[in-house]
Design a protein around this ligand. Structure first.
Ligand code: SF4
Ligand code: SF4
Length: 146
């Protein structure tokens, strides 16, 4: 991992970020089968309806989990996410903006439920846990700066 100017504090910020990454990995694995069944056949993919989605908490999470800076913002004006490629998202799943993990459309939710009835609820709980960790990461970072 690259050293940065907050390396003195990185065990705390790094630990929070690593916990976020672990929960994201769980969410990605839990959704994989349902996503593979539904998203490639989607007629109006959500990734084609958004733009650049990284926020400041994503930047902190990526930095302190050792994944570096998010990809640069693409200033092109064409509709859709700049990281959407011909075969779907071009980013490493754990490095995608948090908003991409949080969004579960009704079709995907139904597919998740058909895999396991409790899966949508389990995912919502994981997302709440990630929200709490992201908030704590941001708060601790601001405390260090002040
Ligand atoms: S999450 Fe829903 S809207 Fe987005 S690509 Fe998959 S099926 Fe389509
Ligand atoms: S970053 Fe990837 S998953 Fe998120 S909107 Fe863009 S293409 Fe879709």
């Amino acid at each position: 991992m690259r050293k940065h100017r907050f390396s003195t504090f990185s065990p705390t910020l790094g630990d929070l970020s690593n916990r976020i990454e672990s929960l994201l990995s769980w969410c990605i694995a839990a959704q994989r089968s349902a996503v593979q069944k539904t998203c490639p056949r989607c007629e109006d993919p959500c990734c084609g309806r958004v733009q650049y989605l990284y926020d400041e908490k994503d930047v902190l999470y990526l930095e302190f989990s050792g994944q570096g800076e998010p990809p640069r913002k693409d200033r092109r004006r064409t509709p859709g996410c700049p990281y959407l490629g011909a075969r779907g998202c071009t980013l490493r799943p754990q490095a995608r903006p948090y908003a991409c993990h949080r969004y579960v459309c009704a079709v995907l939710e139904a597919a998740l439920r058909s895999e396991k009835a409790a899966l949508p609820g389990d995912l919502q709980q994981a997302i709440r846990d990630i929200e709490a960790l992201r908030a704590e990461l941001f708060t601790r970072y601001l405390e260090i700066l002040s």
